[in-house]
Design a protein. Structure first.
Lengths: 266, 198
């Protein structure tokens, strides 16, 4: 089945945070106390109880104020690094391409958080699980929109086929280029491509994104090369010790005796 | 063949235990699909209480409890969307910090005390009646101009009291607000206010 995701058109976002509260409501997550940080951004960061948030970025360029909003949540990568590293195989990709977790299997080891190129999964102390957005799998399976997309007032969030949304995003970027020459689509190729696409009016860094997020090569080395052959390493170690046993006991007889003699005298 | 109760339990237990071995593993069917808790529940439309826009909301209830609130897709005002406040309507009903009893602060007192509804209603009725009786005015003299343009004083009916004010709250829904303003006007109140008046 075709990959499904949603498009975040940041040029249409007004920063009302309806999506954040709708997400909390649907997932029945408790509110958290936050402190004033000097900006309009009320949610400082994703947490174990906050699966999505809107970040606010203010810039002044040529005497003109630019105020960028963007939504942050799991990007639902096409090649999820979290799935690759999960020791419990608790993370999987469903038929719509959403990266979902089985919280019964999750042991809260936080390995996925370390592997995520977008720094998304968060640890929930109360449940001892690593949490993230599930793209409202239970809602989309019944033909409903994800909670955040349904709540969006301005149409900044659009749910649909990834391929179609990519076309919409590129068209929108073309329109934006007249006013914002650096407008771009984010998520098409970043970290191998994501199901959540963004239309950004400026460089990704200005929205708090990395322009070229990469999954650490150490993860590939460990998961693809070392780990599958780990049993062979044990066998190899065994073989070496057997070899050394024979080589020292049988071939190095003379030396062995000399050592023993020393220890008796000493 | 005659099967006793004990034997039947033994056999069925063994059958269930062998199912996964034979490949009848039921877990994949359940995997990944979280519970869709509003399945087969008819939503009840209502109006968001928070501001004057009057967005439509739908409320899903099961066993007398609110289990979900969302924007109403059929409502022409918001077409299913909600702002941050509208999306938070759920916690208006289901909130551990919600007051379960009326609080009363006596005049010159420095603390609130919990009271019973019976006492509160009687006390409100008693005090409203007393204040209204003392301050109710039926007519008032106002300055006006006659046809020739000369100033003169005329007496007009007003039927009001200036001594009582009411302040509604955003937790009241549309219908409650209607009743509340009707009550205020029937008592002859002028100062009828609400925080969500746009």
């Amino acid at each position: 089945m075709a990959n499904k995701g949603y498009l975040v058109d940041t040029s249409k976002c007004i920063g009302c945070r309806g999506c954040v509260v709708a997400c909390k409501q649907w997932n029945q997550l408790p509110a958290e106390k936050t402190r004033f940080q000097g900006t309009y951004q009320t949610v400082p960061d994703l947490t174990g109880n906050t699966l999505t948030m809107i970040s606010f970025h203010e810039y002044e360029e040529n005497g003109k104020m630019e105020w960028y909003f963007t939504k942050r949540q799991c990007m639902h990568c096409l090649e999820p690094a979290c799935m690759k590293v999960c020791p419990q195989k608790a993370i999987s990709v469903n038929e719509n391409g959403a990266v979902v977790r089985d919280y019964d299997k999750c042991i809260g080891c936080q390995y996925c958080a370390a592997a995520c190129p977008f720094n998304v999964p968060r640890y929930n102390k109360e449940t001892d699980k690593e949490t993230k957005c599930s793209l409202c799998t239970e809602r989309t399976a019944e033909g409903e929109l994800p909670a955040c997309v349904k709540a969006c007032i301005t149409g900044a969030l659009q749910y649909g086929d990834r391929d179609e949304l990519l076309g919409v995003a590129k068209k929108r970027v073309g329109e934006l280029r007249a006013e914002y020459p650096k407008a771009n689509v984010y998520g098409e190729k970043e970290a191998g491509g994501t199901n959540i696409l963004y239309v950004l009016a400026d460089e990704p860094e200005k929205y708090g994104f990395e322009s070229d997020p990469k999954v650490s090569t150490a993860i590939y080395a460990w998961q693809d090369i070392i780990k599958p052959y780990f049993p062979w390493l044990i066998a190899l170690t065994g073989a070496v010790s057997v070899f050394s046993f024979f080589s020292t006991r049988l071939l190095g007889v003379g030396k062995e005796e000399a050592h023993e003699g020393e220890s008796i005298d000493g | 063949m005659k099967v006793t109760r004990r034997e039947f339990l033994k056999i069925s237990g063994a059958a269930v235990a062998t199912l996964p071995v034979l490949g009848f593993d039921l877990t994949p069917a359940m995997a990944n699909a979280g519970e869709f808790r509003i399945k087969n529940i008819d939503p009840v439309p209502t109006i968001c209480p928070y501001c004057g826009c009057g967005c439509g909301l739908v409320v899903y209830t099961a066993d007398g409890k609110v289990i979900n609130t969302e924007g109403d897709p059929d409502n022409p005002i918001n077409q299913g969307s909600t702002c941050a406040k509208g999306a938070s309507v759920f916690q208006l009903h289901d909130n551990p910090r919600r007051m379960r009893k009326p609080l009363y602060r006596a005049p010159y007192s420095d603390h609130w005390e919990e009271k019973e509804w019976d006492w509160v209603f009687k006390e409100i009725a008693k005090r409203v009646k007393k204040t209204r009786d003392e301050t109710f005015i039926t007519t008032e003299k106002v300055k006006s101009k006659d046809e020739a343009g000369a100033e003169k004083e005329i007496e007009i009916p007003v039927n009001r009291t200036d001594a009582i004010a009411t302040l509604g709250g955003a937790a009241l829904d549309n219908e409650e607000c209607y009743l509340y303003s009707k009550l205020g006007r029937s008592l002859g109140l002028v100062y009828i206010e609400h925080c969500a008046r746009l």
